[in-house]
Design a protein around this ligand. Structure first.
Ligand SMILES: [Zn+2]
Length: 105
C-alpha cells in the first residue's frame, strides 16, 4: 500500500481507494483536465460564498449605521442599542473574513 495525494483535495490517501475518503471524488478515471475542472469549481464556489458573506457583513454594518442614526436623539433607545449591536457584528464579521482571506493566501 502506498500513499498519494488526492488530486482534488491534496490530502494524503492510500492509492488503493477508488474514491477519496476525504472529499469523495472518484479517483479511478482521473485525468488532469477533470481534476483541474473540479478544483476550479471548488475554488469558484468558495470565492462566491466569501463574496456573499462579505456582502452580508457590509449590509449588517450599514443597517447598524442606519439604526444608530435613527436612535441618535436618544442614546438609550432600542434603535441606538440595535445599531451598536449590528455595527459590532458587521465590523467583527468583516474583519474575520478579511483575516481569513489573508491567512489562506
Ligand atoms: Zn480528496
Amino acid at each position: 500500500m502506498a500513499l498519494m495525494n488526492c488530486p482534488f483535495c491534496r490530502k494524503r490517501i492510500s492509492d488503493r481507494h477508488t474514491k477519496c475518503p476525504e472529499c469523495s471524488q472518484s479517483l479511478d478515471q482521473t485525468d488532469d483536465e477533470q481534476a483541474e475542472r473540479v478544483i476550479y469549481q471548488q475554488q469558484w464556489k468558495k470565492r462566491r460564498l466569501m463574496q456573499y458573506l462579505q456582502f452580508a457583513t457590509v449590509s449588517i454594518f450599514m443597517l447598524g449605521c442606519f439604526s444608530y442614526w435613527i436612535g441618535l436623539n436618544d442614546p438609550n433607545s432600542w434603535q441606538a442599542m440595535l445599531g451598536k449591536i449590528l455595527l459590532a457584528i458587521g465590523f467583527v464579521g468583516y474583519a474575520v473574513l478579511r483575516i481569513r482571506k489573508l491567512l489562506s493566501k
